[in-house]
Design a protein around this ligand. Structure first.
Ligand code: ATP
Length: 230
């Protein structure tokens, strides 16, 4: 059991299918060093999300190994593993409660000051200050009273507060106003700094800046390298 991971990740010959006899990922091998940004690209249905579902152990590999810091992830307690992996998806999980409580979900013992510091680092502070009740504003179920971009800023704030060594990010495809988009990019830069970040990438900029690009086609890793190499 571990408290804090360093963040080296290795997949060796990993294969997986959701149903027996229907392989989805075939013989995937990759290595990511602590702190690197790994962009995952490929057509819809190629297996990008599935690959990351294995890292969190939402599903178990059929064969091969996934290692973090040199240890098979099966050797970690699942709670320890998941505490070390922050997840920022396009559709953020928000519950009926205040903005403060929703950000604090990443670290329940955090003080109000720590929550606000995380929101500032995430570039979420500006929009929150413009809400009628600021950090006490109640989010209705699912966050219907917030824009898609605002929800993402909250997810970034939550992940910054949680301070996990590894990140899984699903880059937004929906159109977001320019000002919010700039804030999201700035928040993401602060979030990803120093953490091993797996990004399902839709933006060319993200791909260009990645330390490693993984191209997945039909469950196979067809290309692997930096932007210059590919
Ligand atoms: P997208 O870009 O559309 O998100 P993706 O590359 O992330 O696609 P996955 O979501 O990993 O692709 O899906 C890979 C394959 O696995 C698809 O054929 C999909 O239908 C299938 N699949 C995904 N989740 C499940 C599941 N829970 N049960 C069975 N099959 C699944």
């Amino acid at each position: 059991s571990i408290d804090v991971l360093i963040g080296d990740v290795e997949f060796s010959n990993v294969s997986f299918g959701y149903k027996e006899g229907i392989p989805i990922l075939r013989n995937i091998s990759l290595q990511a060093r602590a702190g690197q940004t790994i962009a995952i690209v490929g057509p819809t249905g190629s297996g990008k999300t599935t690959l990351l579902n294995l890292l969190t152990r939402f599903y178990e590999v059929d064969s091969g190994e996934v290692k973090i810091d040199g240890h098979n992830i099966k050797d970690y307690r699942i709670s320890d593993l998941r505490r070390n992996i922050g997840i920022v998806l396009q559709d953020t999980f928000l519950f009926s409660g205040s903005i403060m409580e929703n950000i604090r979900y990443g670290k329940l013992e955090a003080t109000d000051e720590e929550v606000i510091r995380a929101a500032k680092a995430a570039s979420a502070h500006r929009f929150i200050k413009h809400l009628p009740n600021q950090y006490d504003t109640i989010i209705t179920s699912g966050g219907n009273n917030l824009s898609q971009g605002q929800k993402q800023l909250l997810a970034i704030a939550r992940a910054i507060l949680a301070d996990s060594r590894l990140l899984i990010l699903d880059e937004a495809t929906s159109s977001i106003d320019t000002k919010t988009e700039i804030e999201i990019q700035s928040g993401l830069r602060n979030l990803m700094e120093g953490r091993t970040s797996f990004v399902i990438a839709h933006r060319l900029k993200t791909i260009e800046h990645a330390d490693l690009i993984l191209v997945i086609r039909d469950g196979e890793l067809t290309e692997k390298g930096t932007h210059e190499e590919l």
